[in-house]
Design a protein around this ligand. Structure first.
Ligand code: ARG
Length: 460
């Protein structure tokens, strides 16, 4: 007989390398707190249902609390031969309390145990991620408020398009990241059902109370189908999808910070404590933090694709393939938390080069649309006005001047509807502040956005 907990039907001990290949305790020990919490709830339920005695329950709970303490003080060593966190905890418990420990696994399987641990772990991580997101949202809102009048060019195709407020740009990221917050909330809500008590796959013959354990462990309700409960990993996939989208937003944001801090742009300067230097070029100050965040996006997507691929061909119910579900999730958790942790202070401490931003805001004929809109207001159909302004821009490019530097006589070459009030419409500030329609870049509109952002942040 093998020494293993499951060794009864085996005549040979496990091959050493097989044991190593099979083990997950070196990474799934991250679940230790939840594994112990789940076991305590299970023991309480078993006693309440008179499946184990209250004495056994008490010694199990006492023993599990001691195991918890041993883990937290680094006294319990993770051993490959224990295979995974579930068996490592149960083995130590049994060493401590004897037979009572051996009764804990009644009406339970590692399949429902790992599913409940994983959900509890992710629920807690989501709350932490959401707190970090809220911090970044708060930083963005404050930065937008503090720099509310600074203008910059808005781009399409990375070509100057129309002037915008820096605050409008910052609040655009606020919106994206606010949606990330709610994506995590949605996925938490869907995973908030307790699989404990599903057993190996088919449920259990014991008279257990799954509503009790679900409530005890802070879940909304027990899951409805035992087969689904032990097979489902879409809660983890949804989490990874939310991480991927959020990390993609941080990556785009990073890309802009990198571009805008290049000397050719010089719109912003990242704080020295968030940059690094070069080993050879003394003048260099490199934006390594946004570059790394952009770079780490690949591994978060990789985690999502890895687990999707693991799951795609699995027959119901549990298959050992599913042990591969944890490491990608742990890596994504670590990556997104670190990225968010760096992002808030990096944005808070960056300085704006207002002069450079505002000068660039007026480059590239960025107020040409304002001239076209002016003509429309004078009765010219938009398509025609687009054409007229296009010709005026071509003329100005040829002459090497801005539209606002054309004289009335020069404007008259293109149309007779322009009067000398035109100059007040085609400044950068006028362009920005005329975009007053809901959601536009005018100062009044951005103020509304900030107001609504404050309300959101107060309510979460
Ligand atoms: N370590 C396993 C995992 O993470 C726990 C579940 C094992 N279940 C089993 N039937 N072998 O997937």
């Amino acid at each position: 007989m093998s020494e293993k907990m499951w060794g009864g039907r085996f005549s040979l001990p496990t091959d050493k390398f097989v044991e190593e290949f099979n083990a997950s305790v070196h990474f799934d020990n991250r679940f230790y707190k939840y594994d112990i919490k789940g076991s305590i709830a299970h023991a309480k339920m078993l006693a309440k249902q008179e499946i184990i005695s209250t004495e056994d329950r008490d010694s199990i709970i006492k023993g599990l609390n001691q195991v918890l303490q041993e883990i937290e003080t680094g006294k319990l060593e993770w051993k490959t031969e224990d295979e995974d966190i579930h068996m490592a905890v149960e083995k130590r418990l049994t060493e401590l309390v004897g037979d009572a420990g051996k009764r804990l696994h009644t009406a339970r399987s590692r399949n429902d145990q790992v599913a409940v641990d994983f959900r509890m772990y992710l629920k807690a991580e989501i709350i932490e991620i959401q707190a970090l997101i809220a911090e970044l949202l708060n930083t963005l809102m404050k930065k937008a408020e503090a720099e509310h009048e600074v203008m910059m060019p808005g781009f399409t195709h990375l070509q100057t398009a129309q002037p915008i407020l820096f605050a409008h740009w910052a609040m655009a990221y606020f919106q994206m990241i606010k949606r990330d917050f709610s994506r995590f909330a949605d996925c938490l809500e869907r995973m908030d059902f307790c699989p404990l008590g599903a057993g190996a796959l088919a449920g259990t013959t014991f008279n257990i109370d799954r509503h009790f354990t679900a409530a005890e462990l802070g879940f909304k309700a027990p899951t409805e189908n035992s087969l689904d409960s032990v097979s489902d990993r879409d809660f983890a996939l949804e989490f990874l999808a939310a991480c991927s989208i959020c990390q993609m937003h941080l990556s785009r944001f990073s890309e802009e910070l990198i571009i805008y801090s290049a000397s050719e742009f010089s719109f912003i300067e990242l704080s020295d404590d968030f940059c690094t230097g070069s080993s050879i070029m003394p003048q260099k100050k490199n934006p390594d933090m946004p570059e790394l965040i952009r770079g780490k996006t690949g591994r978060v997507y990789g985690s999502l694709i890895s687990l999707l691929t693991t799951m795609k061909g699995l027959p119901l119910a549990y298959n050992k393939d599913m042990q591969e579900d944890k490491e990608p999730v742990f890596d994504a958790v670590d990556t997104i938390k670190a990225s968010l942790k760096i992002f808030s202070p990096m944005v808070e401490k960056m300085t704006l080069r207002k002069d450079k931003m505002e000068k660039s805001a007026g480059n590239g004929y960025s107020t040409a649309t304002d001239l076209a809109d002016y003509l429309v207001r004078k009765g010219v159909p938009f398509r025609q006005s687009h054409h007229i302004v296009g010709s005026a821009v071509a003329y100005a490019i040829e002459k090497g001047v801005d539209l606002s530097e054309l004289s009335m006589d020069e404007f008259a070459r293109f149309t007779d509807v322009i009067t000398d009030d035109i100059y007040q419409y085609i400044t950068v500030r006028a362009s920005v502040n005329s975009r007053v329609a809901y959601g536009g870049t005018a100062e009044s509109s951005v103020k509304e956005q900030i107001k609504s952002a404050k309300k959101f942040l107060n309510e979460i």
